[in-house]
Design a protein around this ligand. Structure first.
Ligand code: MGD
Ligand code: MGD
Ligand code: SF4
Ligand code: MO
Length: 674
C-alpha cells in the first residue's frame, strides 16, 4: 500500500511543505510540494532527508526508568503511574512552584497548548518555558517595546521584490535555506544587499556591502547608521511625525555615534557604514533580516530595539515590501511562544498577571490559576542549583548540549530530586533523567506548526506513533493521573485555542487545509495577515528607544585574546540528535572544528586541519582548526552540533537582563596548538 501524506518540515522555522511517501506502513521518502506557498517545490538537504530519522533504530520505543544508575524498560502504565506519583509527592512536599516544565519548539501548537495548560492547571505553576529563551526571546521583548507585537512584520513572498535587504546576524543560506533562496532571487532581480556579520558568509559574497564588525558591537554600528541617515537628511520625516514617538531622544542619543567614532569599537571603516546606511535608507523597498547574531547577547533586547529604530527612522516598516524579518529558528518556536509555553503569558500573549485574562482561562478550565509569572529557563537552572526547584519535566529539548556553560547545566540537573525527559532519541539530557518517556516524531502526529512568517500550517500523521503514544497523549495521561482531565484530540484543541485566543479566533483545521493562515486571524472567515502594523502600530505609535553601546559580558584580554562566537551550518541541526543520524548529512561534516583567520593562525602557530585546544574560563575542547579568511581577525567561530565534542562547555551563561537569553555569540577565548 502506497500513500502520500502532505505535511510540514520538522527542522527549521522556514516551514517548507512536502509529502511523506508511505509504503506498507513505513515512511520511505520525501517529495516536495509544489503548491506549498512557502517552499514552492523546493527543499533544503535536511528537509529532503527528514524521513530518515522516523524509523531510525535508535528511536526510543519504551519508557525507561532509572534504577541504581541504570535504565530499565517499563510498561507505559508503570512509567506514567510512577511519574504522576513523584510529581504529586514533590508538589505536596514543596509546593507547585518547585516543579518546572520545559515545553518543546519541535512539537505541535496543540501539544504546546496542552503543555502550558498542564503546567498551569494540573501542576499549578507558571514555571513553563522553552528554547525560545536561548534564541529569539529578545525579538519578543524588543519588538514588543518598539511596535507592540513581538513577531515578524512581513512575508517571505515580498523578499524577491525588495530593492534592499539588510542581513544582520543571520546566515540565511545555511540556517534558513529556502528563505536564503528568496534572498538570492532578490539579488538576481537587482536588489542590493548589505550583510553585517563577522564572517564572510555566502550571502556576503554577493552583497553590495559586507560589514565585518566584531561580535557584540551591533548597537554602535546601527546607531552610527542612524546618525549618518539623519545627518544626510535621509530619514522619513513624515513617517516619524505621523507614526512614531520619541524621535528627539533618539536623535540626541545617536549624536555621539558617528561612523568615524565607532571605528575602534566595531573595527569597520566609516565609509562602509555610510555606504550601507545610504543604500538601506534611500532604497524604496527596504527590509531588515536578522537572527541570532543579534539576539544571543547580553544586549539582545537592545540590539532588536536598535533595528526597530533603524526601520522606523527610514519609514521601512508598517507597509508591504518593508519591515523586519526575525528568522525564527525551530520548526515551531513561533508557535510554542504563540501558545503561551512561556512563564508570563497564556496563548496569544495574554498576560497571566492580567486578572481579566486569568478569569477567562479559569472559567474555561475550571480551576484556580497562579497569578505570579513563573521562572524562565535561565532562572529555572539557577533555582535548581539553589534547591528551590526540585523537578524538571523536559520535553524535546537537550539542555545539556544546547544551554550555555554545560558544566553548570549538569550541576543544575544533578541537583534535582526528579527529572523526566520526553524524547524521541536518548539525548545527553535524557541520559541524566530518572524517567525517559518516548514521544513521537512529526510523522506520527496530527496538528500544526507556525513558521517565521506567522503562518500556521498543518502537520499530518503518516504512520502510527512508534512508541504507541504522541507527546500530547503522554501529557494528557499524566494530567489525568494528577486528577486534572485533559483530552488529546488535536482538532478539538485547535478549537479550544481559537475560543480562548483573540489572535487565533478565526483559525480551524478546515481553514488551514490549503496553505495555512498567517496570524492574526481575528474573525471567522478573516483571510489572515501577511503584513502587520499597516497604517498603525499594534501599540499605536511606534516607539523610538535611545540606546548606548555596551560591550559583551566578557571581552578579550591578555589571557584570553580572542572573541569566540558560535552558530550553525547547513548540514546539521542544533544538537545533531537527528541530523547526525542521517548518513548523507553526517558524512559531510562528522566532526567539530574552529574557524580562525590566517593571520591569527600564523601568530598562534596553528595549521589548517591541525588539532588545537580552545579554552575559555569555563572549559576546554580539542578540535581541528579551519584556517580561513572568511572570519575576521581576532574572532573564532565554532558550530555546536557535535554531541561528543560539545561547544557549549566553552560558552558564557551571562544573559540579557530583560529576556534572559545567554551570550552564545561572544565570549573571551584562547587557542593552543597541540
Ligand atoms: N542548518 C541549520 N539550520 C538551522 C538550525 C541549525 O542548527 N542548522 N537551527 C535553527 C535555529 S534553532 C535557529 S534559532 C536559527 C538561527 O539562525 P541564524 O541566527 O541565522 O544562525 P547562526 O549561525 O546561529 O548565526 C547567524 C550569524 O550570526 C553571525 N554573528 C555572530 N556574532 C554576531 C554578532 O555579534 N553580530 C552580528 N551581526 N552577527 C553575528 C554569525 O557569524 C552567523 O553567520 O537557525 C535555524 N535553522
Ligand atoms: N553554542 C551555541 N549553543 C546554542 C545556540 C547557538 O547559537 N550557539 N543556539 C541556541 C538555540 S537558538 C536553540 S533553539 C537551542 C536548541 O536547543 P534544543 O532545542 O535542545 O536543540 P534540538 O536539537 O532542536 O533538540 C531538540 C530535541 O528534541 C527532540 N525532538 C525532536 N522532535 C521531537 C518531538 O516531536 N517530540 C519530542 N518529545 N522530542 C523531539 C530531538 O531528538 C532533540 O533532542 O540551542 C541553543 N544553543
Ligand atoms: S529550509 Fe528549513 S523548513 Fe525548509 S526544508 Fe530546509 S530545514 Fe526544512
Ligand atoms: Mo533557535
Amino acid at each position: 500500500m502506497i500513500k502520500r501524506v502532505l505535511t510540514t518540515c520538522p527542522y527549521c522555522g522556514v516551514g517548507c511543505g512536502f509529502y511523506l511517501d508511505v509504503r506498507d506502513g513505513r515512511v520511505a521518502g520525501v517529495i516536495p510540494s509544489k503548491s506549498n506557498t512557502v517552499s514552492k517545490g523546493y527543499l533544503c538537504v535536511k528537509g529532503w532527508h527528514s524521513h530518515e530519522i522516523v524509523q531510525h533504530p535508535d528511536r526510543l520505543k519504551k519508557p525507561l526508568i532509572k534504577n541504581n544508575g541504570k535504565f530499565k524498560e517499563a510498561s507505559w502504565d508503570t512509567a506514567l503511574d510512577y511519574v504522576a506519583n513523584r510529581l504529586k509527592d514533590i508538589k505536596a512536599k514543596h509546593g507547585s512552584d518547585s516543579l518546572a516544565v520545559c515545553a518543546s519548539a519541535r512539537c505541535t501548537n496543540e501539544e504546546n497548548f496542552l503543555m502550558m495548560k498542564f503546567a498551569r492547571a494540573a501542576l499549578g505553576t507558571n514555571n513553563i518555558d522553552h528554547c525560545a529563551r536561548t534564541c529569539h526571546a529578545a525579538t519578543v521583548s524588543g519588538l514588543n517595546q518598539s511596535f507592540g507585537s513581538g513577531a515578524g512584520t512581513n512575508s517571505y513572498d515580498e523578499l524577491p521584490f525588495m530593492d534592499c535587504i539588510l542581513i544582520i546576524g543571520s546566515n540565511p543560506t545555511e540556517a534558513h535555506p529556502i528563505v536564503g533562496w528568496r534572498v538570492r532571487t532578490a539579488v538576481d532581480n537587482g536588489a542590493k544587499t548589505i550583510v553585517c556579520d563577522p564572517r564572510r558568509i555566502l550571502s556576503a559574497e554577493s552583497a553590495d556591502v559586507h560589514i565585518q564588525h566584531y561580535p557584540g558591537t551591533d548597537i554602535a554600528l546601527i546607531n552610527a547608521m542612524i546618525n549618518f541617515i539623519i545627518r544626510e537628511n535621509l530619514h522619513d520625516k513624515e513617517f516619524i511625525e505621523k507614526r512614531t514617538e520619541g524621535f528627539n531622544e533618539l536623535e540626541e542619543a545617536v549624536k555621539s555615534y558617528t561612523p568615524e567614532s565607532v571605528k575602534d569599537i566595531t573595527g569597520v571603516k566609516p565609509e562602509l557604514i555610510k555606504k550601507a546606511a545610504r543604500i538601506y535608507a534611500a532604497s524604496k523597498k527596504s527590509c531588515i533580516m536578522y537572527s541570532l547574531g543579534m539576539t544571543e547577547h547580553t544586549v539582545g533586547t537592545d540590539n532588536v530595539i536598535a533595528m526597530a529604530n533603524l526601520a522606523m527612522v527610514t519609514g521601512h516598516v508598517g507597509r508591504e515590501f518593508s519591515g523586519v524579518y526575525p528568522m525564527r529558528g525551530q520548526n515551531n518556536v513561533q508557535g510554542a511562544c504563540d501558545m503561551g509555553a512561556l512563564p508570563n503569558v497564556y496563548s496569544g500573549y495574554q498576560p497571566v498577571a492580567d486578572k481579566n485574562a486569568r478569569d477567562k482561562f479559569e472559567k474555561a478550565w475550571g480551576v484556580e490559576l497562579p497569578a505570579r509569572p513563573g521562572l524562565t529557563l535561565t532562572d529555572m537552572i539557577d533555582s535548581a542549583i539553589k534547591g528551590d526547584v526540585k523537578c524538571f519535566y523536559i520535553i524535546g529539548e537537550d539542555q545539556v548540549r544546547t544551554d550555555p556553560d554545560t558544566h553548570m547545566i549538569e550541576r543544575a540537573l544533578k541537583s534535582l530530586e526528579f527529572l523526566v525527559v520526553q524524547e524521541i532519541f536518548l539525548s545527553e539530557t535524557a541520559k541524566m533523567a530518572d524517567v525517559v518517556l518516548p514521544g513521537a516524531s512529526f510523522a506520527e502526529k496530527e496538528g500544526t506548526f507556525t513558521c517565521a512568517e506567522r503562518r500556521i500550517q498543518r502537520v499530518r500523521r503518516a504512520i502510527l506513533p512508534i512508541s504507541g503514544k504522541t507527546d500530547g497523549d503522554i501529557i494528557c495521561e499524566i494530567s489525568g493521573r494528577l486528577g486534572y482531565k485533559m483530552e488529546f484530540d488535536s482538532l478539538k484543541v485547535c478549537d479550544e485555542i481559537a475560543s480562548l485566543t483573540p489572535l487565533f479566533k478565526g483559525v480551524s483545521f478546515e481553514r488551514l487545509e490549503e496553505n495555512g493562515l498567517q496570524w492574526p486571524v481575528p474573525e471567522h472567515g478573516h483571510p489572515g495577515t501577511p503584513v502587520v502594523h499597516l497604517g498603525k502600530f499594534t501599540r499605536g505609535l511606534g516607539r523610538f528607544i535611545p540606546l548606548k553601546h555596551k560591550p559583551p559580558a566578557e571581552v578579550p584580554d591578555k589571557e584570553y585574546p580572542f572573541i569566540l562566537t558560535t552558530g550553525r551550518m547547513l548540514f546539521h541541526y542544533n544538537t545533531g540528535t537527528m541530523t547526525r543520524r542521517v548518513s548523507n548529512l553526517s558524512r559531510e561534516y562528522p566532526h567539530n572544528f574552529v574557524q580562525i583567520n590566517p593571520k591569527d593562525a600564523e601568530t598562534s602557530g596553528v595549521k589548517n586541519k591541525g588539532r588545537v585546544k580552545v579554552k575559555t574560563r569555563r572549559g576546554e575542547l580539542t578540535v581541528a582548526a579551519e584556517v580561513t579568511d572568511k572570519i575576521k581577525k581576532g574572532v573564532l567561530w565554532m558550530p555546536f552540533h557535535f554531541t561528543d565534542e560539545p561547544t557549549n562547555v566553552l560558552t558564557n551563561s551571562a544573559f540579557d537582563p530583560v529576556c534572559k537569553t545567554g551570550e552564545y555569540k561572544a565570549c573571551a577565548a584562547k587557542i593552543e596548538k597541540l
